[in-house]
Design a protein around this ligand. Structure first.
Ligand SMILES: [Zn+2]
Length: 231
């Protein structure tokens, strides 16, 4: 994970530039100041991005997970998907910093009609969950604004986070066994000593030749680790 962080962190300047350019263009259009709001980055697995408004215990800022907005071998991110995360969070910023016409305030909630209205202005996909490929479809904002959300997914209850429930559950399922030998392209063969299931991830303690490393099983899948038993 640390190694991945070092790799992804290198993309931060380019990401900052992309965000600044996008938000400046929105600012000009909507007479706002989103581009001057601080942007931070992390390595969250269950949150793509977030906007924290001013006035709470935290300072106003945007936050993005490099695992989703940076691009890397194991998980190439399309520019459209990345831009959608930025547009999505800017729409949240707009909700708090711009008067929304009364006719669009009928549906409450963080991802309610006011936010969807802002999405129609930024071009963000008006759903709270990330779905790959969704950005390529033409969005029917009129429909989204008039009809209550009828999706089968449960709405998220937290205030400022966009979560990937499906991915989260998938990532929590243990797919390796203790004592199993895994092969890593760089560290070589290792034996799983301990399995540490967490919310949204499963951390494996793997004894490699030199030392024990803690690696999220999702990277084992993605980095094409192979089980020595041939599973
Ligand atoms: Zn959101």
């Amino acid at each position: 994970m640390d190694e991945l962080y070092v790799r992804l962190e290198k993309q931060v300047p380019a990401l900052r530039l992309q965000i600044a350019q996008l938000y400046q263009s929105f600012d000009r259009k909507f007479h706002l100041h989103g581009a001057s709001v601080p942007v931070t980055f992390g390595m969250e697995q269950d949150v793509l991005g977030s906007y924290t408004p001013a006035g709470g215990s935290e300072e106003e800022h945007f936050h993005f997970s490099l695992l989703y907005v940076a691009s890397y071998e194991e998980r190439p991110v399309s520019n459209e998907d990345r831009l959608d995360v930025f547009r999505h969070e800017y729409a949240h910023y707009m909700q708090y910093n711009m008067p929304v016409p009364a006719e669009y305030t009928w549906q409450k909630g963080k991802h309610g009609s006011a936010w969807k209205y802002c999405c129609s202005l930024t071009g963000a996909v008006p759903t709270e969950f990330y779905r790959a490929g969704e950005t390529l479809k033409k969005q029917d904002y009129e429909k989204a604004l008039k009809n209550p959300w009828k999706g089968t997914m449960t709405p998220v209850l937290d205030t400022f986070r966009r979560e990937t429930e499906y991915q989260r559950q998938k990532n929590s399922r243990v797919v390796f066994a203790q004592g199993e030998t895994v092969l890593h392209p760089k560290f070589g063969e290792g034996v799983i000593q301990k399995i540490d299931p967490k919310e949204g991830s499963v951390i494996l303690h793997i004894q490699f030749r030199d030392k024990i490393r803690k690696i999220d099983q999702k990277w084992l899948n993605r980095t094409r680790y192979k089980s020595a038993r041939g599973i």
